[in-house]
Design a protein around this ligand. Structure first.
Ligand SMILES: NC(=O)c1ccc[n+]([C@@H]2O[C@H](COP(=O)([O-])OP(=O)(O)OC[C@H]3O[C@@H](n4cnc5c(N)ncnc54)[C@H](OP(=O)(O)O)[C@@H]3O)[C@@H](O)[C@H]2O)c1
Length: 326
């Protein structure tokens, strides 16, 4: 038995509901490995789960992603050893901790060229971009794509990888400075969607062409205008709601806007099956090696400062990935 320092919440609410607690950590059980975590990835889903938008049974830990070093392995674990560096993104909530037991089949060994911090900054977000660009729609050279929040964590990765696949990528961001960051992340053009007329700016950026796919993670504030930006028979992918959930619509609206397709996917079912998860992870690490996916760390907070990290994310004060450092 050892002790772990972990973030727990006993009620949903503002960032202050997150408290650090000392938790007894048993020896890793069969099929598990104990990971001493060196870098924890913040993801916006942590905000939804902390605030109760996506309620979890209470009390609960938070966080889906971390990198670190294997300290011990349980019975039946043959492909990992103490000292191995690993990352995970889909092993149940509880990543906001300095140590944790994780199912070994969910741990991916890190290549020497990828630091723990870079791994924790990209893995969850790149696994999201992976299914969005390869499964939700198999992006083809010349596809016009609209990527909302393109200066953010997922947004930068999605934009750079989409461009590498040959797409013409227009990103949106909440200020001129963030638009610069979106362009540096690979967007062919970036538009400031704090201006009401951003759909016109989008059409100007494409020479009047609408999008084959709109990737909308902002939800309430953007969704209806996103429908106006999709080409006939195009696809609108609502994969988040940073501004709140997208409003309900009648199916007939999809007809009126050009016989559109609409989907609301999630990274977890795409990686539920272990074999598929490991193949998707291999695709992500190949994209990292090729330079198509890059870590951009926008801010670091101590684990104890998790409330400050959430406040910064909710205030739209960050770009790229946010790390918590135990
Ligand atoms: N479905 C999935 O599989 C999946 C998986 C991972 C992530 N996601 C979603 O992808 C999105 C990005 O995740 P992330 O972790 O990389 O976060 P992030 O993009 O770093 O942060 C969210 C961004 O959304 C924009 N935003 C617009 N309105 C906002 C508002 N009212 N409050 C806060 N932010 C607002 C902000 O950029 P601007 O200031 O430029 O507007 C902000 O930086 C989230 O919506 C998340 O839920 C979905």
């Amino acid at each position: 038995m050892t002790l772990s320092r972990a973030v727990r919440i006993r009620e949903f609410g503002s960032p202050e509901v997150m408290r650090i607690e000392a938790v007894d950590l048993p020896e890793p059980g069969p099929g598990e490995a104990c990971v001493r975590q060196t870098a924890i990835g913040f993801n916006f889903i942590d905000v939804y789960q902390r605030s109760g938008v996506y309620p979890l049974p209470l009390p609960t830990g938070l966080g889906h992603e971390a990198a670190g070093v294997v300290e011990a392995v349980g019975a039946g674990v043959s492909d990992l050893r103490p000292g191995d560096r690993v990352v995970y993104m889909n092993a149940g909530v509880g990543a906001y901790a300095d140590r944790r037991n994780v199912a070994a089949e969910r741990l991916v060994a890190l290549p020497a060229a990828v630091s723990d911090e870079d791994a924790a900054a990209v893995f969850f977000k790149a696994m999201t971009a992976q299914y969005l660009l390869k499964k939700t729609h198999a992006v083809q050279p010349g596809d016009v794509l609209l990527v909302h929040a393109a200066a953010g964590g997922v947004g930068q990765i999605l934009a750079r990888w989409a461009r590498a696949l040959g797409a013409y990528v227009v990103g949106t961001a909440g200020s001129p400075a963030k638009c610069e960051i979106a362009r540096a992340a690979g967007c062919d053009a970036a538009i400031d969607y704090s201006r009401d007329d951003w759909p016109q700016a989008f059409l100007q950026a494409t020479g009047g062409r609408k999008a084959r796919v709109v990737y909308d993670s902002v939800g309430r504030a953007t969704f209806l205008k996103s429908l106006d930006c999709a080409a006939p028979f195009g696809l609108v992918v609502v994969y988040g709601g940073a501004s709140g959930p997208a409003p309900a619509i009648e199916p007939d609206l999809l007809n009126k806007k050009g016989c559109l397709f609409l989907t609301r996917p999630s990274v977890f079912p795409h990686n539920a099956d272990v074999k598929t998860f490991r193949s998707n992870a291999a695709d992500v690490f190949a994209a990292i090696a090729a330079g198509h996916v890059r870590a951009t760390i926008g801010a670091r907070f101590a684990l104890d400062e998790a409330p400050a990290a959430h406040r910064a994310a909710e205030a739209r004060a960050t770009t790229g990935a946010i790390l918590l450092v135990p």
